[in-house]
Write a protein that binds this ligand. Sequence first.
Ligand code: NAD
Ligand code: IPM
Ligand code: MN
Length: 358
Amino acid sequence: MKASIVLLPGDGIGPEITAQAHRVLQKIAAEFGHDFEFSSHLIGGIAIDETGDPLPEATVEACRQSQAILLGAVGGPKWDDPTAKTRPEVGLLKIRKELGLFANLRPIKLFDQLVDASPLRREIIEGTDILFLRELTGGIYFGPSGRTGSGENESASQAMVYSVSEVERIVRLAAKAAQGRGNHLTSVDKANVLEPSRLWRQVAARVMETEFPDVKYDVVLVDAMAMHLINRPKDFDVVVTGNMFGDILTDEASMLPGSLGMLPSASLGSDGPGLYEPIHGSAPDIAGQGIANPLATILAAAMLLRHSLGLETEATAIEAAVSGVLESGLRTADLARGGESIGTEAMGDAVVERIKAS
Ligand code: NAD
Ligand code: IPM
Ligand code: MN
């Protein structure tokens, strides 16, 4: 298969981890006889430094022409000035919006080999397999915002807005995903307090009753969900929620498989290229040291092959290679819990080495 893939390395550990996922995709192309054409473009802080814009038009254009996009991470202390004209994160929010990537799939799957890497007890986490569907182009992230007044009287606001159609499309997708797995959907909201959550709950209930009566469906308030997730993670199958709740809950959920450095994601729209990235950020505290875990990005590359290119066998080959590497005992520092560890590139080497066409 011929495919063009855009790489957006970004900032901090972004370039380090994207380089390893790139090598993995090149090995897949060589082993399985595909012709992947890669091009690298600017996003985030590095794009601000070089062009003044966190999402240059050339990047958007290249993404539109591609079949799929693999992103590292954006942001860092260098660009954190609250009075700055723009920020790296704006680039990421804009590319999601511009490409209509309303559905962010975040699988929380425990590799058996990592049971002891989690700070949680084995009997709680063993067998955890949750798919989060985070709404990605609406909610409080994109609501009207602004500041008024000055000095002591200055105030700031950002509104959470959801429309019926935004809720319908993400709930439908989540319900369909549930049908292909454990047939159980949990919707998470804050309907006891927030008006957009009450709309979300009404619309979700109607979609589920009328279109998916066969899918087991329940609702949980977000504060309670934060607790249930680490107390009884095995009770959840597919979880659908809004933009900010999904952001926070999935970072929390990363402690089930043991590290933020293990969680990939896919951002999909109704058509066009998908965007694949780890759920973690640019990790400024470890950037440049060559110790970041590249597995989340490598697993995101597997999702890219599965969802945007339809290459299920190749995606499975990557996941099997990652599993094999973990089985062999190799760990980056985030997973080693003080024990022996290897660096980013050595982890990339180990995965690349294990990828075989049969
Ligand atoms: P972070 O996810 O970058 O890091 C949180 C902690 O997890 C840090 O201790 C970090 O070292 C560790 N960590 C993250 N990824 C790791 C990996 N692959 N291997 C080993 N350890 C890893 O979150 P933060 O520190 O709150 O944010 C840093 C910057 O990243 C901010 O500017 C933020 O806006 C940005 N950010 C970007 C994205 C993205 O590009 N998608 C996501 C989250 C945060
Ligand atoms: C993520 C990040 C982003 C988000 C930021 C960097 C805009 O935290 O991808 O989870 O909040 O969506
Ligand atoms: Mn996040």
